[in-house]
Design a protein around this ligand. Structure first.
Ligand code: GDP
Length: 607
């Protein structure tokens, strides 16, 4: 581009606050501020930022430009303004409380200092007071459960602690009616007790104190009450209005009393919800299950959620295929305050995300797709480095050597939330003064075309932990020149990234996928075991080659193709477009729809 130098022109800038969308282009930004796209590009060029008129701008670039003009802006996420329209489409009810509606069970979260007995208390309540289960299912940890006391139900969130509670609140979800603050009578009020207290207060949620471990010899309840009073939780016995109950979670003492008091408090709060109408609620947790696909535990806050409902949760959607309750039983519906696992969603929804049943499936799909689109956009913009100077793994050393602060752009995908957190934590520890990491996107699930697209636009490297790209995504990665690295062992992943930072990353071996086959039918052959009736969708499957066995993009087994047949004959290889029978050494857990991926390791010449 050959543009004359930027000279700010005299056209008046807009008065008052201008709304600017994150990740907008020079073409969008210029006209909003009475300038042309060329003005924006020229200005940024003078600041050393090379962008085209149609390229997304980072937050920093936008701020630089508006600061120069002296305009006041409010930066919004792409889609934030459009979200209002989407909510209209979904016809969402704002007011969840309904004075005329029936009473609903309270939703209770347990908080407190580590080791004060939160988990023990939750387990004890669950075991001693579970709702009679006629179908005889086993209790399942789905993230929340219901207990009964004197014929009244109470819903408990099963993951104690204020981190999850606050993460939910950060997303605007209020999912708790009452907090039980657990304080060990032998240890007293500790830093996390105070923290939990502050979080509950910030959310304006009533608190009941459970003074736990009163069975201990050195228990001193009075001392605990004194400490609580110091933090403005004055116990009823001292003339205040904080309910305190002495319990021993381990010996099951005082638990009934605690439940009675929860019921009293719930009654005071007058919690109601309409069980009629399209259901709304909140996602408590969610993960990708091998075999079942994305699974989300939701808490219904209004209406009754039913199998077959078209549901939207953030950017995930789907027709509810099955509902599973806290006993592992399949149920047909779930009313207010009932926690259930939902199967049938397209993606893993984030915890704290609201859900709503859409008027129809078409609207559900449209809203989720639009949200997905906007969210990817805002990911690009939010990470300033991602566009201005961030680097891929293979270039990172070069950047470090230039003496500039280097940033490594990463997209991390993993099989479950736990491993995603573990990988992110370990990676963060690698950050140095001169090398920062920018997580452009982190999520649970297989590596998709969207991930590749995001990596291409944001100059990022994709790290997969126990997950693989689907075939289309892999092909796109090749054409877009996006590096995808899959790992199954964290230390190996860390070692590689560390080496890259030291300029030592020599990918000695590269894995080349040689063939893909889709499992269409399973045969049991006496003395041989299970044989997968497959259709080869890509490349060639060869006997003896190394394979990865994938379900929903998650690696569930690695080994070798031990037998390969066409009809009754043993063959050496089968080409794309043909059917065949594949035996996988000792692996037997096969399912229709699984993918068998064969690969070769080739040494890479370092020229
Ligand atoms: P959390 O970290 O708050 O979830 O605490 P846990 O429920 O894991 O309990 C921490 C430890 O305290 C465990 O060893 C429990 O067995 C013990 N504990 C919990 N409740 C009681 C109690 O009422 N009495 C006694 N003596 N020990 C308890």
């Amino acid at each position: 581009m050959d543009l004359p130098a930027y000279t700010p022109d005299d056209a008046p800038v807009p008065e008052g606050e201008v709304v600017v969308e994150r990740a907008c282009t020079a073409q969008d930004l210029g006209p909003r501020l009475n300038r042309t796209a060329a003005d924006v590009v020229r200005f940024l060029m003078q600041q050393g930022e090379m962008v085209t008129a149609t390229q997304s701008l980072s937050d920093d670039m936008i701020e630089l430009f508006v600061a120069d003009l002296g305009v006041e802006i409010r930066m919004v996420d792409p889609g934030e303004e459009q979200e209002v329209e989407l909510l209209k489409l979904l016809d969402v009810v704002d007011d969840l409380d309904d004075d005329d509606a029936p009473v609903r069970p309270p939703i209770v979260t347990v908080m407190g200092h580590v080791d004060h007995g939160k988990t023990t208390l939750l387990d004890q309540i669950r075991n001693a007071n579970v709702v009679d289960d006629e179908a005889g299912g086993i209790t399942q940890h789905i993230g929340a459960y219901q207990a009964e006391r004197n014929g009244r139900l109470l819903t408990f969130i099963d993951t104690p602690g204020h981190e999850a509670f606050t993460a939910m609140r950060a997303r605007g979800a209020s999912s708790t009616d009452i907090v039980i603050l657990v304080v060990a009578a032998d240890d007293g009020v500790m830093p996390q007790t105070v923290e939990a207290l502050d979080h509950a207060r910030a959310a304006d949620v009533p608190i009941i104190v459970a003074v736990n471990k009163i069975d201990r010899e050195n228990a001193d309840s009075q001392k605990v009450l004194g400490q609580l009073a110091e933090h403005d939780l004055v116990p009823e016995s001292w003339g205040g209005d904080t309910i305190t109950v002495e319990v021993s979670a381990i010996q099951n003492l005082g638990i009934g009393d605690l439940l009675d008091n929860l019921n009293v408090l719930a009654e005071l709060e007058d919690l109601r919800a309409d069980p009629e109408g399209r259901s709304q609620g909140v996602v408590l947790e969610s993960f990708l299950d091998v075999g079942r696909g994305p699974v989300a535990t939701v808490l219904v806050q209004r209406g009754t959620l039913k199998v077959g409902d078209p549901l939207v949760a953030g950017a995930a959607w789907g027709r509810v295929r099955a509902l599973v309750d806290d006993h592992g039983n399949q149920v047909k519906e779930a009313g207010p305050s009932v926690p259930v696992q939902v199967l049938g969603l397209s993606d893993v929804a984030d915890a704290g995300e609201g859900f709503v049943v859409a008027p129809n499936e078409k609207i559900a799909g449209r809203v989720a797709d639009k949200r997905g689109h906007w969210r990817r956009q805002s990911n690009i913009g939010r990470d300033a480095h991602a566009l201005s100077g961030g680097a891929r793994l293979e270039d990172i050393f070069e950047q470090i050597q230039k003496g500039e602060a280097a940033t490594l752009n990463l997209i991390v995908k993993a099989d479950v939330n736990g491993s995603l957190e573990a990988v992110t934590e370990s990676l963060r520890k690698l950050e140095r003064e001169d090398v920062k990491l920018a997580f452009v996107h982190r999520a649970v699930g297989r590596i998709t075309e969207n991930d590749i697209q995001l990596a291409a636009t944001s100059n990022a490297t994709i790290i997969g932990f126990n997950v693989r790209p689907e075939r289309k995504a892999r092909e796109m990665a090749d054409t877009e020149n996006v590096e995808v690295r899959s790992y199954e062992i964290i230390y190996k992943l860390i070692e590689d990234i560390e080496s890259a930072m030291l300029g030592l990353l020599a990918p000695e071996f590269e894995e080349i996928v040689t063939g893909d086959a889709e499992v269409r039918e399973i045969f049991s052959v006496p003395r041989v075991g299970k044989i997968a009736g497959c259709y080869v969708t890509n490349g060639t499957i060869t006997r003896g080659s190394k394979v990865r066995f994938l379900r929903e993009g998650v690696i569930i087994w690695k080994g070798e193709v031990s037998s390969l047949r066409r009809f009754k004959d043993d063959v050496r290889e089968v080409q794309s477009g043909f059917e065949c029978g594949i035996g996988l050494s000792d692996y037997q857990d096969l399912k229709n729809g699984d993918v068998i991926e064969t690969f070769e390791e080739r040494e890479i010449s370092s020229d």
